[in-house]
Design a protein around this ligand. Sequence first.
Ligand code: SF4
Length: 325
Amino acid sequence: MSLIESAHEFVRRYRNRDIDKTALPMLASACPGWVCYAEKTHGSYILPHISSTKSPQQVMGSLVKHHLASVLGRSPSQVYHVTVMPCYDKKLEASRHDFYSDLYMTRDVDCVITSREVADMLAQEDKSLAEITEQPLDSFAKVLNIDDNGTEAGELDGHQGGGSGGYLEYILRHSASALLGVTLDDLKYKTLRNEDLKEVTVEVNGKVELKFAIAYGFRNIQNIVQKMKRGKLLYQFVELMACPAGCLNGGGQLRTSGEETAKQRLAAVEEIYTSVRINTPYDNTLIERLYTDWLGGHDTDKVKAMLHTEYHAVEKFINALTIKW
Ligand code: SF4
């Protein structure tokens, strides 16, 4: 749902780009490491460019506390919501005041556990994941009481796009179709200075219409931000993620074991990530039903309240002792 809402936001910003100079480039918002850095370091200049769409964790927070709870006949504070995430920064994200309900005195996400902490908890019990009996997952449509005529989302052979949820890939495909009437085949990424900095373009009749980039790791993030400040950034969307190689390499992922190097571990995680079958975000009936049943449509105040957030520039603390007179 975060992917879909981000794509809608991009299309709105693109259409508004001549009126609102901060509409483009749109910068991804799913990584709290990058968002905290932008709030602390680049303040009001960069913040209007960051997509206001909540990250997947916080969209799920809204869904669980403000929709699932009501479907179950509970108050949001009677539901305890736990997420398992690849990084410690997701704990900071969940603790932001923007994701706390003063009315119900509860957070949208109550507890964030990293993959590494899950492994540590199992180790404390002297168990491994392989010993745990698999249980079928609850169907979202069933739990949320949505009659989707049994057509819950179709499946894809694996995650598409980079190792952080595939924001660029989905937004590019959606906007090429919505803005240019073009259906894209396989995307051809051009690697720039390093593997974590790539760009992709959509051309129509030889003219570049859309130009997006992926920038993972702080070295590449700084490069993008500096270019933006100099007015030299030519991308309309950038998927920025704080960790080199993205979330698959997040600080909360499992430690390497035995002889295995960090590079081998990352390659193994990437292989799993790109091979696991997932529900497709494209033409997803269940998500469309959530827009109609829960949010009252696509462009409503409720969509703004439940799926979007705000960012806040952190005032720099000036210590008199550090001032050079
Ligand atoms: S890129 Fe790293 S810091 Fe950002 S959300 Fe992913 S794991 Fe967390």
